[in-house]
Design a binder for this molecule. Structure first.
Ligand code: SF4
Length: 228
């Protein structure tokens, strides 16, 4: 029995081009990530290019879209680059990509949408299929919240400024906002309990707050975390 499932191969919904894969890994044996706790992980990957090569050529646009933390973009703007080490998780799953069957089966653990790559690269039906296999426990984040309102019930709007947070909230999203040094957290947010500043008192698998807005009456707080 393999430890992962392929949910999609086809063009990116972010660019209308490219050839990308959606693989949920750790479906039977969880990841060892200490922040998330035991979870399955959705990896959105180039189908034919190693992730590191895609980041070098800029072809990671098909999986990461306009994220300001893409290595090329961050190098040009001075933004903190993406924390994902492409040779590790993404590279390992990519090398094993042909070993994951395309037969959905229930996962043992909650799933994180987008361990690398933005869920907005995928069709909505693929997101729904992944969540259906997760027994309804997931976390998800997208930078494409301005263009993919259909993901509002499934993902947090990834925000890098307080202005982004205000705009996304006005559009009905719950947000996951990175606070720059000295910024004051908005009143409609709480600090991520897995963060260092909150004492790392909980994992995502336990907390599960980052699962989008469950309709217009979802009054749960949005989330902030300090920039590192
Ligand atoms: S708020 Fe909860 S689910 Fe969201 S990142 Fe923090 S620990 Fe994970």
């Amino acid at each position: 029995m393999t430890n992962g499932i392929t949910f999609y191969r086809g063009p990116s919904q972010l660019t209308g081009q490219g050839d990308i894969l959606a693989i949920v890994a750790n479906t039977r044996k969880p990841s060892a990530n200490t922040k998330t706790g035991p979870m399955s992980q959705l990896w959105i990957l180039p189908a034919t290019q190693h992730p590191h090569e895609a980041a070098t050529t800029g072809d990671d646009v098909h999986v990461c879209g306009t994220c300001p933390r893409r290595p090329q973009t961050a190098a040009a703007t001075g933004e903190t680059p993406c924390y994902v080490t492409l040779a590790h998780g993404p590279g390992s799953v990519w090398k094993a990509r042909e070993s994951y069957p395309a037969t959905p089966a229930p996962f043992r653990y909650p799933v994180r949408l987008g361990a690398w790559g933005d869920p907005a690269a995928l069709p909505l039906d693929t997101i729904k299929a992944v969540i259906a296999a997760s027994n309804g426990r997931w976390t998800g984040y997208t930078h494409a919240w301005r263009t993919r309102p259909d993901l509002k019930p499934y993902c947090m709007a990834s925000c890098d400024t307080l202005a982004d947070h205000a705009e996304a909230r006005a559009a009905g999203w719950r947000t996951f906002t990175v606070l720059s040094t000295g910024a004051t957290a908005p009143a409609d947010t709480i600090t991520c309990p897995a963060s260092k500043e909150a004492g790392q008192r909980m994992t995502c698998a336990q907390c599960n707050l980052c699962n989008g807005a469950q309709g217009p009456n979802d009054r749960r707080k949005s989330i902030t975390i300090a920039a590192h």
